[in-house]
Design a protein around this ligand. Structure first.
Ligand code: HEC
Ligand code: HEC
Ligand code: HEC
Ligand code: HEC
Ligand code: HEC
Ligand code: HEC
Ligand code: HEC
Ligand code: HEC
Length: 436
């Protein structure tokens, strides 16, 4: 391992020389980046001598580090250790170089505020994290140790054993200023595909949600008015949103096996592209289409796209990229609705579904919110294809009298699942329909 150090260090010093001579290794793109910007870019309070946006606010030009351990994890001559690989969960500022600026306190002059996706693009301004460090300190979060492990094994062309897990998704020399352009973030994207780290993803035509599945992406509602991202009232087809479906599936696809320390198991593999209908394996929230009938709320029910079936959603319609008070990085607000999930309740995840789908309360206001008889058992002419019409032996499925005993939704509704849970419980009712 040590043998590779001098080489990386050499590459780095060459880059820095380019910088000092004003001709940049990334062409002019560093100057366009949020970090290289001469007005709002990097300005480390400990390096006042350098002008704003200079590489030296992150890279020490004459490294004084004597501690071999720090040096070991820091061949890029950064002002702090890049990532503490002994930190497997629960983050503090020292664990990651980026947190020194994107945390509170911050060595960036004046500090930096970054809200979560639900606030910046969804418009839900109540509470929530105000820095990236805080975003990773919530109930669920992208485990940085696991990302580091996965990226060094999978994307070794750019990701070294000394790399920073944030760098699996971001190129710090390219990231643009997305938060200042919330209604049209795509040209100002911050992400790079881990399969194409030297370039931004989302900034060019062909890299938008409207390109992922043309004519099928309906932007969710913004919490205040208009559509996501940012409450844009005039654009609702994802042509202003980076294609986060392609971005997230660069890692979460049917091929990669991904271990999660937090969950203590391998993750479900996400199939967002296949269109095999009920025989699967594609998720219906991806390119695969819902079948026959689906009971959706606005803006799906009255979509300007002119379709009522066949929609595709973006991962970020439901998930945060960094962390959330909800489990599984589920957003605090989805489609203009506040979402609070307590998984100790069997129907806890239902609070997410009802942000977009009609529950019994939406059909009949006398029934409490988050009850789901209608879409499963039918209810008048409204529901065309309930999976379990005219049920008998209620307790076989419900485990007791229905009502007090909701069946845990996650038995059937998870990425990749159909209702095969029934095969052990009451197999005559098994439908084999894709449930997510
Ligand atoms: C916001 C902080 C920041 C700024 C500003 C910055 N860098 Fe970096 N740079 C990093 C980090 C972090 C890494 C380590 C990447 C990794 O973890 O793999 C890095 C890595 C590098 C590398 C190694 C190759 C690579 O791309 O990973 C070179 C060369 C480099 N930087 C040069 C520069 C130059 C030249 C500038 C100014 C034009 C600059 N950096 C500005 C944070 C920064
Ligand atoms: C799994 C991929 C992924 C990882 C890992 C990741 N990010 Fe992000 N990050 C994203 C995506 C996607 C966005 C764009 C959406 C948004 O702004 O919320 C983003 C946005 C950001 C933003 C802009 C937020 C704003 O104000 O809108 C910052 C700053 C940022 N990330 C920093 C970091 C840092 C620091 C780390 C490591 C501690 C990190 N990210 C790790 C995917 C990732
Ligand atoms: C020396 C301080 C500093 C360090 C270290 C630093 N950043 Fe930043 N970062 C900034 C500043 C300053 C901005 C732009 C200010 C703002 O938008 O408020 C910024 C902006 C960003 C943005 C764009 C967000 C937006 O929309 O404004 C991303 C993404 C980002 N940083 C990611 C990272 C990642 C990833 C790392 C670590 C590899 C990192 N930063 C390390 C200072 C820093
Ligand atoms: C660079 C690879 C990579 C990318 C890109 C990526 N992830 Fe992940 N993701 C991982 C790894 C590794 C884990 C396992 C660690 C963990 O559980 O946090 C994970 C875990 C998750 C989890 C489960 C976390 C938990 O604890 O419940 C969710 C949800 C998730 N990712 C969603 C997303 C979304 C949404 C995106 C796109 C915005 C995305 N991921 C992009 C690598 C990635
Ligand atoms: C962001 C909005 C959104 C959320 C949140 C959401 N869905 Fe959906 N769901 C949709 C859309 C849009 C479709 C239609 C897809 C299509 O037309 O291909 C759909 C389709 C479905 C289908 C297919 C129905 C059929 O007739 O084939 C099922 C099952 C489903 N969702 C279950 C759920 C469950 C369970 C939850 C909660 C865990 C949930 N959804 C959360 C938007 C959402
Ligand atoms: C094949 C399995 C199955 C059988 C058998 C079944 N149900 Fe259900 N039922 C479901 C599913 C799935 C849901 C949605 C999850 C939930 O809310 O429990 C549901 C929901 C309900 C709900 C709304 C949620 C609640 O618990 O208040 C009621 C009421 C209900 N069923 C009544 C009945 C009655 C009465 C019977 C027997 C005549 C019955 N069910 C038999 C699968 C079944
Ligand atoms: C026994 C398996 C099972 C359980 C448990 C279950 N569901 Fe379903 N659910 C289904 C099936 C099957 C469908 C129909 C999919 C289709 O139409 O192709 C469905 C459909 C749905 C839909 C989409 C309805 C539409 O067409 O708009 C939602 C939303 C939903 N369920 C929510 C829930 C919630 C919330 C719970 C827990 C309270 C739950 N389900 C429990 C099997 C289940
Ligand atoms: C309609 C809302 C919705 C959308 C859209 C969505 N997810 Fe999820 N996701 C969920 C829910 C609910 C869970 C928890 C149940 C489960 O594990 O499937 C989850 C869980 C996950 C997990 C953890 C799986 C595990 O092993 O427990 C990962 C990883 C994940 N999602 C990634 C993605 C990616 C990548 C995308 C886009 C390609 C995406 N999700 C789109 C709702 C959504």
């Amino acid at each position: 391992m040590l043998a590779t150090l001098p080489k990386i260090k050499l590459v780095f010093i060459l880059g820095l020389v380019f910088c000092l001579h004003g001709s940049l290794v990334w062409g002019g793109s560093f100057l366009l980046s949020a970090h290289g910007n001469k007005d709002i870019g990097v300005k480390n309070i400990n390096y006042q001598a350098y002008s704003r946006g200079n590489c030296a606010h992150c890279h020490q030009q004459h490294s004084t580090q004597k501690d071999p351990l720090v040096l070991n994890n820091n061949p890029f001559a950064l002002f702090a250790s890049n990532f503490d690989t002994s930190s497997t969960t629960g983050y503090q500022q020292e664990d990651d170089f980026c947190f020194y600026c994107h945390g509170n306190p911050s060595v960036q002059e004046g500090g930096i505020t970054n809200y979560d996706y639900a606030r910046t693009f969804g418009g839900y301004t109540v509470n929530g994290p105000t820095t990236i460090l805080e975003a990773f300190q919530q109930n669920s979060f992208h485990n940085l140790y696991d990302i580091w492990t996965f990226a060094k094994n999978t994307f070794s062309s750019f990701f070294t054993p000394y790399s920073n897990p944030c760098v699996a998704c971001h190129n710090p020399h390219l990231v643009r200023r997305i938060k200042a352009n919330v209604t049209d973030p795509a040209p100002y994207t911050v992400v790079s595909l881990p399969t194409d780290h030297g370039s931004l993803w989302g900034d060019e035509n062909g890299e938008r949600m409207s390109d992922f599945d043309p004519g099928k992406y309906q932007a969710p509602k913004h919490y205040q008015s208009g559509y996501e991202p940012g409450g844009n009232a005039a654009v609702w087809d994802g042509s202003n949103l980076p294609d986060y479906a392609t971005f997230c599936t660069a890692c979460h696809n049917p091929v990669n096996t991904i271990y999660s320390t937090t969950l203590g198991r391998n993750l479900i593999k996400i199939e967002w592209v296949d269109q095999g209908g009920e025989s699967g394996p594609g998720d219906k929230h991806g390119k695969n289409s819902a079948t026959e009938d689906v009971e959706l709320k606005s803006p799906y029910a009255d979509s300007n796209l002119g379709i009522s079936l066949g929609f595709t959603t973006s991962c970020t319609d439901c998930h945060e990229p960094h962390g959330s008070p909800n489990p599984f990085l589920i957003r605090r607000e989805v489609n203009g609705v506040v979402v609070n999930i307590d998984l100790s309740q069997k129907n806890g995840i239902g609070w997410l579904c009802r942000a977009c789908h009609m529950d019994d309360h939406d059909f009949d206001p006398d029934i409490p919110e988050n009850s789901w008889h209608h879409v499963h058992h039918g209810g008048g002419p409204l529901i065309e294809d309930p999976p379990y019409p005219s049920p008998v032996r209620c307790g076989w499925c419900h485990g007791g009298p229905p009502g007090a005993n909701p069946i845990p939704c996650l038995n059937c509704h998870q990425h990749g699942l159909d209702d095969s849970w029934l095969q052990d419980v009451y197999s005559t009712y098994y439908t084999g329909r894709r449930c997510f």
